[in-house]
Design a protein around this ligand. Sequence first.
Ligand code: HPA
Length: 251
Amino acid sequence: MLAIIGGSGLYSLDELRQPTPLAIQTPWGTPSDTLTRGFWGGREVLFIARHARDHRVPPHRINYRANIWALREAGARQIVAVAAVGGIAPECSPGMLVVPDQLIDYTSGREATFFDGTDSKVVHVDFTEPYDASLRKALAGGCRRLGMPFVEGGVYGCTNGPRLETAAEIARMARDGCTLVGMTGMPEAVLARELGLPYACLAVVANAAAGLASSSQSVSIEAIMATLARSITDVRRLLAEVCAATPTEQG
Ligand code: HPA
């Protein structure tokens, strides 16, 4: 089953047929919200709103372990994570969809592993390629079939938030090779890897990152939300296309 994690601006999937709410408890605590299971494009799909449907959980307080565990418990076998980001590279302009292929983790203080040593098992997962190649291909193929402009590849830099970055932090991230900045990509991606779940990120550029282009003065949350609201229509069309095009084992 395909799981979709909704980020800022994507709080429900009203397109799901026969939606069933699933309240799941995990050994790691309670997920951000109830999950929804339903059918879309002939396949079975799971959905969770990362920040909860009323956007009350900030990025550094999300129980990423509970979210990923609950999705697997409910039958997820692959995950597409939708995430609002700031654009750093010039081609990652507001409104653009991006399918990154790498990430750099700048977060701290988050519960970032299921293997935290409490059951005396030391595990180091391979994370050379953080995003699943075939899911990335499915997203890119969907964009192409729909004639939707998008950027294939890129480096997602994950900051802790909830504050936005300084201009100097973004300049450093650009030197590091980051093309995007967001606050939720980690540890979400590595937790999926630890459970063996293929995971890809569909990033939606909401704004130019701090100190760049129109953000040279300041980043406006109102402008971010307005851009996201427009782009989420494209995200829904793309997810519908991907669901219709990818075979399902169960649904
Ligand atoms: N920085 C970090 N996270 C974000 C941004 C940003 O500029 N825009 C949307 N999410």
